[in-house]
Every structure is written in C-alpha cells, then in structure tokens.
Design a binder for this molecule. Structure first.
Ligand code: PLP
Length: 436
C-alpha cells in the first residue's frame, strides 16, 4: 500500500512563515527583521512561492543548484539509494562510495586521487586544514582577505572577509594568516595589472619566507560570495610554483567555483593548476543533498599510511549523499553543462557588462562562465562601495537589498551582498531566461 508522510493539519503560507520566525533562526540577520519568503515549489531555473508566483533563480540559490531545480534523475537517485541502503557507518563501505570515487578521478584535476566525504563545504575545509597540518607537521595556514571558507571555528578562522568577525569576536579559529586578495579593479596593494608582475603573489611568498612553519595556502581560485574575483591568468600558476618551491601545500577551495560554474569542471582547470588539496561541495549534488569532499594527492595521503587519521563523522560518506553525486555528474555529462556554462557565459557577459555604461553606480562587472558579479560604487573614480560592511552591521538598509527586493517583485531572485550582486544561474539556463 502507498505510504505517505502527511503532517496534519496542513499549514497556510502565513502559518509557515509565522512558525518559522518563532521557532527557527534566520542566520546573518537581525531576527526582528526576518521575514522569509515561503517557497512551496521549484522547477528548472525557477522557484515558486506559496501563492504560485514564479521567480527566476538568478543565483541558483546560494550558487549551488547547478542542474536547476528538481532534476528528475537526481531526485530519483535519492529515493533509490534510500530504498537500497539509507545509512552505513563510514568504517564499512558500499558500492556507491567506490563508484563515486572512481568517477571523481575522471572529473577532478589530475593528481587528486584520495577523497574524504563530509556533509558541507565548511566541514570539508576543516578536514583539509587537519590533513595539511598533520601531513606537513607545520601549523600555519595562509588565506587571503575577502575570502570565505565556512562558518565553524577553523573555517571561519581561515575566512579573510570580516563578515563574521565583528559579530562573533570570540569564535574564530587560530593559526591563520592573511595575504592581500587579488582584485585588479581595486588592488589592495595599489598596483596595476599587468605592470605589477603579479606582486600580490610575491607578497605571499614574502609571507611564507618570513613566517616559516607554513603548512598550506588556501585560495578560492575564483572568489565567490565576496564578489566573483577572477585572478589574472598568471596568478594561480605563479602561486602554485611558489608553494612548490617552499614545500607548502596549495588548497583550492572550490566549494562554489567547482562543478562547471566557470565553464570548466573546476576553476583551477582554467589555468591548468593542479592543487595538492581541493575542497568542494554545493554543485557536486546540485545541493539537493549535503555533500562536501576534500580531495588530496597520493603524496599528501601517503602520510596517513602509517599515521593515524583520527578524524571522521557519523554522516561521513553517507550513502544518500553519494548516489545523487553520481547522478549529478552523469546529468552534467549528458547535458554537456560544462561547455554550456561557457557558451551561456559568453552570451550573458556582454549583456551584463553593458549595464556599466547605463548606470553611474555600477563600478565593475566581472566573471567567468556563469559566475558573475555586478559591483556597486559611489562613483567610478573613488570606486568606494555604495554601502559598507559597517552599515550592514548597524542594520542600515542597503541599496543592494532594496534592488534585490524590487527584482523579487518583478520575478527575479538574486543574491545581494553589501555592494554587489552575484549572478550565477543554474547551468541549464536558457537565453530567454537571461534576456528576461
Ligand atoms: N568555501 C566557499 C568558497 C564557499 O563559498 C562556501 C559557502 O558558500 C563554503 C566554503 C562553506 O560551505 P558550506 O556553506 O557548504 O559549509
């Protein structure tokens, strides 16, 4: 007989919102202002609210629903794995784990051959930091300003964007140092590309030499939430060469930039860079189920052949997270989404760039593949952000939030962050959606 789960009585849209506000937290918000939209359904590139109104999902939620909503193959894979084997402790194995690992060998940058499965990007980064420190016997990790690596203590400690520090001064992990971000639009060390000769990478080398005890450098190859900062072509190859010369591991945090987002399987592939550790999550399952991966080379992993890796989670390598990843990779291949992201990006990029000439507050438009940011400034000369982090901290209404709210009224959902928008639709997006 049909079995169905039906909590009773069903809730109206207003009851859903009221209960959520009363019983849950809205993160990174003043709770008094939290008024979540009740989303009842979603399909393809659209989310649908409790009243049936449709919104184009221009940022694929949190830059993660790469296949679009409710891809039937991935949806079915979740049910299928649940029927077959919903859980097994990570000390055992099962075919799904072996199959996914074998598939990762094909899509990940060459040399990454050993995988740790976690349940978020944050958690996969935590594993990366432990692996880097344990395998090198060194303790410091260099990150960069304007980065985001997660919300728990170590991953937040590695986060160079102070978005969480002022609000959570006592919760930051230790042992992380920060180098200048790569931002040719507003170079933090006041250089101009290409005359600079990639001075920001030299700065990082200077840090490695003077700090000593540096286990690893962690970078988002294309910085995501903090404004889709695409480095100049020479930057990552130069950084890798510096790391190799100083025997420091390079960790690529591809939680957001991976899985076709930039028009390559992984952002590092755009520059032929093969990191020692690659961390990813989000698009690996199109975010339908929570899966993070920390991938390392055989050389890094060899340390643990005769040293204990005393790490792991109850939900590590959880079968219901692994099978949908297999389905996602197969769907990406069937729909040729990596190439599609590249060609759709070529369609979208000029349209977005044209906005710059149409509004004095649009300072820069930048991106790669289907990963773009529109940055708002006070004026084109000072390039000062239209709103500041402090204004956000103080609860002041921000222009980006007002624009995003107006876009919602017109049926477009977009991620807005202090002074920029992140434009990163599902990779299945059609030209007509982009025109809209
Ligand atoms: N690293 C990067 C580059 C991210 O963009 C994010 C999330 O946005 C994280 C790590 C944290 O991942 P999660 O939110 O899955 O814990």
């Amino acid at each position: 007989s049909e079995i169905s789960v039906s909590p009773n009585p069903a809730l109206s849209t207003q009851e859903v919102v009221d209960l959520t506000r009363r019983l849950n937290y809205g993160t990174w918000r003043y709770q008094r202002d939290w008024n979540p939209l009740h989303i009842a359904d979603a399909e393809g590139c659209y989310i649908i609210d409790g009243n049936g109104k449709r919104y184009l999902d221009l940022s694929a939620q949190l830059m993660c629903v790469n296949l679009g909503h409710k891809n039937p193959v991935v949806v079915e894979s979740i049910a299928e794995q649940a029927r077959r084997l919903p859980y097994i402790a990570p000390g055992h194995t099962t075919e799904v784990r072996a199959q996914l690992s074998r598939m990762l060998l094909d899509v990940m940058p060459e040399g990454l051959t050993k995988f740790f499965f976690a349940t978020s990007g944050t958690e996969a980064n935590e594993a990366a930091f432990k692996i880097a420190r344990l395998s090198t016997g060194k303790s410091k990790i260099i990150s960069r300003y304007r980065s985001y690596h997660g919300a728990t203590m170590a991953s937040m400690g590695a986060t160079g964007d102070p978005r969480r520090w002022p609000a959570e001064p006592s919760v930051k992990g230790q042992g992380f140092l920060f180098a200048p971000e790569v931002n040719c639009y507003k170079c933090p060390i006041k250089h101009t590309y290409p005359q600079c000769g990639i001075a920001c990478a030299d700065y990082l080398e200077h840090m490695i030499e003077n700090e000593s005890d540096v286990a690893a450098v962690i970078v988002e190859p294309v910085v995501g939430t903090n404004g889709v900062l695409v480095p100049p072509a020479e930057y990552l190859p130069k950084l890798l060469e510096i790391c190799r010369r100083h025997n420091v591991l390079l960790i690529a945090d591809e939680v957001m930039s991976g899985w076709g987002r930039t028009g390559s399987w992984f952002a590092v592939d755009n520059w032929g860079v093969k990191p020692d550790i690659l961390v990813t999550a989000k698009g690996i399952t199109s975010a339908y189920v929570p899966l993070g991966v920390c991938a390392t080379t055989a050389k890094v992993a060899a340390h643990f052949d005769d040293h204990l890796f005393a790490h792991g989670h109850t939900y590590e390598a959880h079968p219901i997270t692994l099978y949908p990843a297999i389905a996602t990779i197969q769907e990406m291949q069937r729909l040729d989404l990596v190439n599609r992201a590249r060609s759709m990006g070529e369609y979208l990029g000029p349209k977005l760039r044209a906005l710059k000439d149409r509004h004095p507050s649009i300072g820069e438009v930048r991106g790669l593949g289907l990963f773009w940011a529109v940055e708002l400034v006070k004026d084109h000369v000072s390039k000062a952000p239209l709103n500041t982090r402090q204004e956000k901290m103080d609860g002041k209404p921000l222009v980006v939030d007002r624009v995003a709210a107006d876009m919602m009224k017109r049926g477009v959902s977009v991620v807005a962050w202090i002074s920029h928008f992140v434009i990163a639709p599902p990779l299945i997006v059609e030209k007509a959606d982009l025109d809209f």
